[in-house]
Design a protein around this ligand. Structure first.
Ligand SMILES: [Zn+2]
Length: 417
């Protein structure tokens, strides 16, 4: 079975939303909320049941609304009802009845037309009444709109923007000729690129992510103190801080992921990562708080998602004992090491890079890395390749186009031991 990838692309509207369309958004919201009420009363959540239940009543009040939009409103209502039911079943928190406040509408791909040359959406409102929405196009947008290998999914209209879902069959991942194994840490990805008797250290650094988090954490603390008398304002400001922090961190994570994947693609590598599920972050005494695991999980998510689009194989491995095992003799040590892993057999290596060797061995022993073989003893202690470095990486193009051609960002310098 071929997996379908879906990417939602946000477009600003040139010239704003026509009035007719604004009325349509309001009608759509009425229809969704009406169907939610009806569905709650009759205890149904499927689109068909909701259509049967609410179609006639709504039709009477809004005789002219395009039928497909109405069905789509029932679909949205059904999804909200199913979420609601799940929350109630789990019994967590307050059971607020779902109600849509935000103005928006969703149209399936047969209910609108897109002129892919000029970026104009034709949206039917009712019989003989269509509106056109002019999309603002940048190079990033043109990549999706002009590439016919993307088929169109749903269109979601908001008062100031639209989101179009582009769909594509998942490309089949290539057969790897090497492996890029990475240990994920707070400030960097550390690992190796390995192929038979050629094993070199690689590093992608993102020291600023911890700094961003630290700065925002301090700022939130200060806000809470300053606005202690006004809980609501404090909460609102903190939420805004949180959003800014997420944006900044995610921007950097995308850059790191692009650099890593361009390198993997050039080397025809399978990417090996640790499975972070069930992993608990440790208390950091220096910062006196638990370091968030979110950026590391998010980085994995971004890498996996982008790799799917590019046909790069990704392997996730159970990281148990990966930081305590000697990849040469297989001894498992009890205590945590310092910055360097040392074994009685004479093996010594940077702790994180050593962990990545173990991740790779696990992947290979479980048959997860194709027919790849490698010899950990062939590790070259004197080479370190930089996949990403924030000072140079920041110069790459901002909107996700990977300006990193692989080769130009890779520098060789002696490994520090
Ligand atoms: Zn050993």
């Amino acid at each position: 079975m071929v997996q379908m990838l879906i990417k939602g692309v946000v477009f600003r509207l040139g010239g704003g939303l026509p009035n007719e369309a604004k009325f349509l958004l309001e009608d759509f919201r009425l229809a969704v909320n009406g169907a939610i009420r009806a569905g709650l009363q009759a205890r149904v959540t499927s689109r068909n049941a909701l259509t049967k239940l609410a179609y006639k009543d709504f039709r009477r009040e809004h005789p002219s609304m395009y039928a497909q939009h109405l069905v789509s409103a029932f679909e949205v209502a059904g999804a909200l009802l199913r979420n609601h039911r799940r929350r109630v079943r789990k019994g967590n928190g307050d059971h607020v009845v779902p109600y849509v406040r935000r103005l928006f509408m969703k149209a399936e791909n047969q209910a609108y037309k897109l002129d892919r040359e000029n970026g104009v959406v034709d949206l039917p409102i009712r019989a003989r009444c269509h509106v056109t929405l002019k999309l603002v196009l940048s190079d990033y947008h043109r990549r999706y709109i002009e590439d016919r290998s993307y088929s169109l999914g749903s269109l979601t209209v908001f008062p100031d923007r639209v989101i179009i879902a582009f769909r594509k069959d998942c490309p089949k991942p290539y057969a790897p000729e090497s492996a890029l194994s990475l240990d994920t840490n707070e400030r960097s990805l550390d690992g190796v690129v390995a192929k038979c008797d050629d094993v070199k250290a690689v590093k992608a650094e993102f020291p600023d992510i911890v700094l961003i988090q630290q700065r925002h954490h301090d700022r939130r603390k200060r806000l809470q103190k300053k606005k202690a008398h006004d809980k609501r304002t404090s909460r609102r400001l903190c939420r805004r801080e949180g959003k800014r922090e997420h944006h900044r961190v995610e921007y950097r994570l995308h850059q790191v992921a692009n650099a890593v994947l361009s390198f993997a693609e050039n080397q025809k590598s399978a990417v090996v990562l640790e499975d972070l599920r069930g992993f608990r972050p440790k208390w950091n005494r220096e910062l006196n708080r638990r370091l968030s695991l979110w950026p590391r999980r998010k980085l994995h998510q971004i890498i996996e998602y982008k790799a799917q689009w590019r046909g790069i194989p990704v392997v996730k491995v159970d990281p148990r004992n990966s930081s305590r095992t000697c990849p040469i003799c297989g001894r498992i040590h009890d205590s945590r090491m310092g910055t360097e892993f040392k074994c009685e057999c004479g093996w010594h290596l940077d702790r994180h890079i050593n962990a990545s060797l173990n991740l790779l061995q696990t992947a290979i022993s479980k048959g997860m890395a194709g027919g790849l073989r490698f010899n950990p003893g062939a590790f070259q202690h004197d080479v370190m390749m930089t996949l990403y470095d924030p000072e140079r990486g920041a110069q790459s193009e901002p909107n996700g186009t990977s300006g990193i051609g692989g080769g130009d960002l890779i520098r060789h310098h002696p490994i520090i031991q």
